[in-house]
Design a binder for this molecule. Structure first.
Ligand code: GLA
Length: 755
């Protein structure tokens, strides 16, 4: 494990526990090539894989051959306009308008640890960008400097590994060493060229996550075709529509086995992520900032930092891939002091009251919730300005004393007296046209002069790239947090960016806006956590439109989706769990019929599905049926009892409803394999079927386990077929039998523990 440079072969070996990436510099020109990425191999001389000795791949002999070479070589940092016609990693225009570049090896350094990434805001302050960090001296980094001497631009390519992870972290920084300004038109954080031979005769499948509001992160899988398969965002946030994620896998890869090359980006703004298959069936995968709405005028002496990309190779199927992402994010990305702590069980009043609430109503919800073991009340949208619907007041972060007499203090004192924690909703980046803030500062909204900006949800986006706007926004949030005892903030963002214009940029710098918007969000949340280190922050964006690794650097949990229908949640959560640990996934029990789908669903099933995330309630507890209220203490108790397994354990998919149609099942297993939680959801009744065999995963084959039905599952039926103590090997091969349950939507949860 680690990073090695072999002086003799002049090869770089970037090694993790089970993988090797090998980079080589071509002899004469100095192109940086990726000659191998995959399962761990010996540090052999792999220069033959450069193919520079095979005609017509002899780049140094003549220009024609260089063209052939560039047309299919496995480039690590391909540039545009010099003979490589595939999607480039970088496009730079010089002051005369030429847009070709050619980056060649200059030097490298290998060091222990990992440096932080920084971006500069317009007023000059440095912001630490979200990126994996090395807390305990587990990282090693290779920095390769490439240079285009004609442009006078250097590219610093950084590769880091951790000794406890199978991921490789990549990032790129451009430095302008020339005395003229150049325009960066495109800069990918990672490019991975894979030879056709990697896949044999079959091209791989591409797996991505797509959706929309209330339908986030569905898993899409299709065979890669010649041409380009891309997912992207131009919305100024990661978006409901696509995740910055693509996995290429063998056709027969499933959850448990099979090869996968996956990539994601630690970034919360516009992105592009794709794979392009060329005329030779070679594949180029790339991920980075979306070049659309991006142009960066890099002045002499300046540098530009692209966000960090995560690369994963595994032969252990989608479960194996998820374990690598989950562990990397838990061990090296999420900084919150709450990461390993049990989060308070919360009740949020959004679906309970929407905008129609006051102190009395909130306290009555809280007092009923307290009796059931719920620990925190979160007051959602509508507590400020004159906001009684979504038409006004964003930006006016002044407590509405008509609704909340005595202000937040009276409410938080009331809650404290009950022994309840208090959380609050903000949407700091936004302004309503109908607000005092907009009246005073119409120019603070992002807009193009002369064009009426597009309203979405009746609101505009504040230009937080301007320091006075950002400072104002920050002060509003911070003043409120100081005004009462507030333990938790839900930071929302309910519209996308468009009409990109900022009064502070000259025409040459306007293309910086969308990148700097994302950096400004990071700056605000970074400052907030510095001033309020004990604050539990939950990010949100119209549900899950900003569910990404960038936000996990600030908040240990993110609201997964506004769709709280437990059946819908099966696929939303399954997609989310491909990348993100269960501990990050806001999941609440809501009322039935569900407000979005109208679906009716038993309370215990709603509970079983929500118990796989950061658990809470999103309903008016004073109005739900008595038997549901009575079931809450039991659910809360399950969360306390099994929270650690969900939060810290390994997650395994057993069956997906998307494939089985009738049922869904998954497990979380503690790292030491001593305890596991199995959740089984029957989605539809199956006429004249037999009890199902469920094969478990992730257990210790040689340990003996007992299986206990927990919660309110079908006790009687289970007692008849419960197998008694079994070895892990038996459970993982022969499995257990779960009964067919009566009706649609039923659940069984099992504790599996060593004896
Ligand atoms: C978004 C969030 C919801 C709620 C509303 C309030 O849609 O996802 O949970 O906070 O905003 O306006």
């Amino acid at each position: 494990m680690g990073i090695y440079f072999d002086e003799e072969s002049r090869l770089f070996f970037i090694e993790t526990k089970s993988t090797t990436m090998c980079l080589a510099v071509t002899d004469t020109e100095g192109f940086l090539n990726n000659v191998y990425y995959g399962a761990k191999i010996q540090r052999d001389n792999l220069r033959y894989l450069l193919r520079t000795g095979v005609g017509p791949f002899v780049p140094s002999v003549n220009e024609r051959d260089r063209g052939s070479y560039l047309d299919c070589a496995r480039m690590e940092f391909p540039s545009s306009g010099v003979g490589d016609y595939r999607p480039s990693s970088v496009t730079i225009a010089d002051c005369a308008g030429h847009d070709s570049s050619q980056f060649l090896y200059e030097s490298h350094r290998i060091y222990k640890g990992k440096e932080c990434l920084y971006a500069k805001l317009p007023e000059g302050s440095n912001v630490r960008m979200p990126a994996t960090f090395d807390g305990e001296g587990k990282a090693e980094t290779l920095e390769i400097t490439l240079s285009d001497d004609v442009l006078g631009i250097k590219a610093l390519l950084s590769y880091s590994v951790f000794d406890d992870s199978d991921a490789i972290l990549k990032s790129v920084k451009l430095v302008n060493d020339s005395d003229s300004t150049v325009i960066i038109e495109k800069l990918m954080s990672s490019c991975l060229d894979l030879d056709k031979g990697v896949w044999g005769e079959q091209t791989p499948d591409a797996v991505t996550l797509s959706g929309t509001w209330a339908r986030e992160r569905r898993i899409d899988r299709r065979p890669l075709q010649r041409g380009t398969t891309e997912v992207y965002s131009t919305r100024g946030e990661t978006s409901h529509q696509f995740q910055p994620f693509m996995a290429l896998c063998d056709r027969n890869t499933d959850d448990a086995t099979g090869r996968i090359y996956a990539q994601t980006l630690i970034w919360s703004g516009n992105f592009i992520c794709g794979s392009s298959m060329d005329q030779f069936d070679n594949i180029r995968s790339y991920i980075g900032i979306n070049p659309e709405h991006f142009k960066w005028n890099l002045k002499p002496g300046e540098s530009f930092q692209a966000p960090e990309a995560v690369l994963v190779y595994t032969e252990d199927g989608f479960d194996g891939m998820s374990h690598i992402f989950h562990d990397l994010f838990r061990d090296h990305l999420i900084r919150s002091p709450y990461l390993h702590k049990e989060r308070p069980v919360l009740i949020n009043n959004w679906e309970a009251t929407y905008f129609d609430f006051n102190t009395e109503k909130l306290l009555s919800i809280a007092s009923e919730a307290k009796k059931c073991g719920i620990e925190m009340l979160v007051m959602d949208d509508g507590w400020f300005g004159k906001r009684s619907d979504d038409n006004s007041s964003l930006g006016d972060w002044v407590v509405n004393e008509d609704k909340l007499p005595g202000g937040l203090k009276a409410l938080s004192d009331g809650l404290e007296k009950m022994g309840m924690k208090f959380g609050i909703w903000f949407e700091p980046e936004m302004v309503s046209p109908d607000s005092d803030l907009y009246l005073a500062h119409p120019d603070w909204a992002i807009a193009v002069p002369g064009r009426k900006p597009c309203k979405m949800r009746n609101q505009y986006v504040l230009d937080i790239t301007r320091s006075e706007v950002r400072d104002h926004v920050y002060k509003c949030v911070s003043d409120i947090l100081k005004s009462a005892k507030i333990s938790y903030v839900k930071w929302d963002m309910n519209r996308q960016l468009c009409d990109l214009g900022s009064t502070q940029f000259d025409p040459e710098s306007m293309g910086r806006l969308s990148y700097l918007y994302t950096i400004s969000v990071y700056d605000l949340q970074g400052r907030l956590l510095e001033e309020f280190p004990d604050l539990l922050l939950e990010n949100c964006s119209g549900g899950g439109a900003r569910y990404d690794a960038g936000m996990l650097f600030y908040s240990p949990q993110i609201w997964c989706s506004d769709d709280t229908d437990a059946y819908e949640r099966l696929s939303i959560q399954a997609g989310t769990e491909m990348l993100y640990p269960l501990s990050t996934m806001g999941a609440h029990v809501s009322a039935s019929p569900n407000h979005i789908t109208g679906r009716v669903m038993p309370f215990d099933v709603r509970g079983a599905v929500a118990l796989s995330g950061t658990f809470g309630y999103e309903l008016d507890i004073t109005k739900i049926p008595e038997e549901e209220r009575e079931a809450i203490p039991g659910q809360v108790e399950l969360y306390h009892r099994y929270g650690e397994i969900v939060r810290e354990g390994d997650y395994f998919r057993i069956a997906r409803e998307a494939e089985t149609v009738y049922f869904d099942a998954w497990m979380s297993v503690l790292k030491d394999k001593s305890k596991a939680l199995l959740t089984y959801i029957q989605c539809k009744a199956y006429p004249n079927g037999k009890a199902r065999v469920i094969r478990l995963k992730g257990l210790d084959p040689d340990s003996s386990y007992e299986i206990k039905l927990i919660g309110t599952g079908e006790k009687k039926t289970w007692e008849a077929i419960s197998p008694g103590a079994l070895s892990g090997k038996t459970l993982m091969n022969a499995g257990i039998i779960v009964p067919l349950l009566p009706g649609d939507y039923a659940q069984m949860m099992f504790e599996i523990s060593t004896i």
